[in-house]
Design a protein around this ligand. Sequence first.
Ligand SMILES: Cc1cc2nc3c(=O)[nH]c(=O)nc-3n(C[C@H](O)[C@H](O)[C@H](O)COP(=O)(O)OP(=O)(O)OC[C@H]3O[C@@H](n4cnc5c(N)ncnc54)[C@H](O)[C@@H]3O)c2cc1C
Ligand code: FES
Ligand code: FES
Length: 494
Amino acid sequence: MVANTIKFLLNNELVKIENLDPNTTVLQYLREEQFKSGTKEGCASGDCGACTVVLAELDTENSGQLTYKSINSCITFVGNLHGKQLITVEDLKEGAQLHHAQQTIVDNHGSQCGFCTPGFVMSSFALHKQNNTPNRAEVLEALAGNLCRCTGYRSIIEAAMTSSKDAREDSFAKHYQATVAALTELEQLPTPALTGNGHNYIAPKNIDELATELTNEPKSTLVAGGTDLALSVTQNLATIDKLVYVGNVAELTTIEETETEIIIGSALPYSEFIDTLHHYYPDLGEMIERIGSKQVRNTGTLGGNVGNASPIGDMPPALIALGATMTLHVQGQERTILVEDYFVDYKKTVLKPSEFIKSIQIPKPTAGQTLKLYKISKRIDDDISAVLAAFFIEQEITENGQKITNVRLAFGGMAAIPKRSPVTEAILLGNSLTKALVAQAKEALTTDFQPMSDVRASDKYRMTVAQNLIEKCYIELQSANARKVIETRVVNHA
Ligand SMILES: Cc1cc2nc3c(=O)[nH]c(=O)nc-3n(C[C@H](O)[C@H](O)[C@H](O)COP(=O)(O)OP(=O)(O)OC[C@H]3O[C@@H](n4cnc5c(N)ncnc54)[C@H](O)[C@@H]3O)c2cc1C
Ligand code: FES
Ligand code: FES
């Protein structure tokens, strides 16, 4: 059953949306429909954080609990609000009493023109809802997606670092159980949908509903977090006729582990699987922390990153290097392919009409394997890569030295699609990693790739940096390898 309505809590009030163009963003809805202008528009592309709001959602892992997530309202479609609580900067203070997240900005002189302030307040509010004594690193992570042009960050960071342990109970804590009950009721409602201005939106609740929807309407556009797709609306002024939201599909929002694999649902946001991947592959965890900002990672998904098929998406090279597979689903039928076989040409993939990405399977590491990831961008946080290098190397280490027994070197930003480097890999395979071999590998890379120049980097820069990353990886592995060779000798001669 489908209900032609979107229902959510705006602060504590149940709101029903009907007859609204589903291309409307949450920011437009707040400012133009609700006349709540506290949430600001800076860039309308997810880069500045001025539009930050917070969504409270039922925690799927801890029943009866809520999670609070900062998001960019400028790149979130209004339909994605269904079943959630939307909290804006207007909702924080009670009477004349500022919220802790606001009062600390005042106390630390953290605002001048004030344009960025609502966004910082909301990011800090979300952080303190999960962690009332955040350290500096946690604050920097939470605020990295918010820009301030006049105050300077020191005072804002100090404000967010102020403990909220002894702060007054806020209205969200007071209404906690009522909010859980209201969201639980919304969860039981029929499949939400929205029609307006001749455009449609639907949010299937399970995989069969999704598959049927896409089979009936193969020209639909899938949307997960919308952190890529919404830019086509806010920046290119496109309108999307039919949006199908995957974020409510139970089977696409899980993470599972088997003995050999980590299986990540395509619609699970980064923030919900980053810790698991960090545990198995520290380099991968650190790299994901550099995808966009906290707001982007709270909504952006693996399915969206791979599905977008951008040559500069960060996850595809890492997944290719790891030998990850992906499961594609169409009307009850599934096929599993290597992620590296998904990309055909610039923005062209093997995805058939009505087919969608269900999950990505990442092999767990075994002894002797190393994954090294290098993201080259102009800033550490919230920046798209010029080059992303992902090196998976398996070595056999004996007391006489080491030999490469398996190697996959994948790059983003070096071609029209993320891809491996077969000529360079052939040079390395079966050989010991030496300075001379690395020099040959660097040379071979010019056969594998002829990168292009664009605003991010020139062709020459891309090639030079990619070659140097092979050398960097070699230097980093050298000392670890030398240590392992010595350890093997000690064990064998003990
Ligand atoms: C400020 C900002 C910074 C960013 N920084 C980075 C970065 O550092 N690195 C990076 O790689 N990306 C970055 N991005 C891009 C984006 O956030 C990521 O690619 C993200 O993973 C996209 O996921 P999503 O769920 O938002 O995708 P959406 O925008 O919802 O969808 C993207 C595309 O994938 C398709 N799609 C979605 N789900 C599926 C599915 N299940 N099956 C098939 N197709 C599907 C959609 O139809 C659409 O074409 C950034 C974006 C912004 C706005
Ligand atoms: S307005 Fe800049 S991130 Fe939304
Ligand atoms: S106070 Fe002016 S942009 Fe931050």
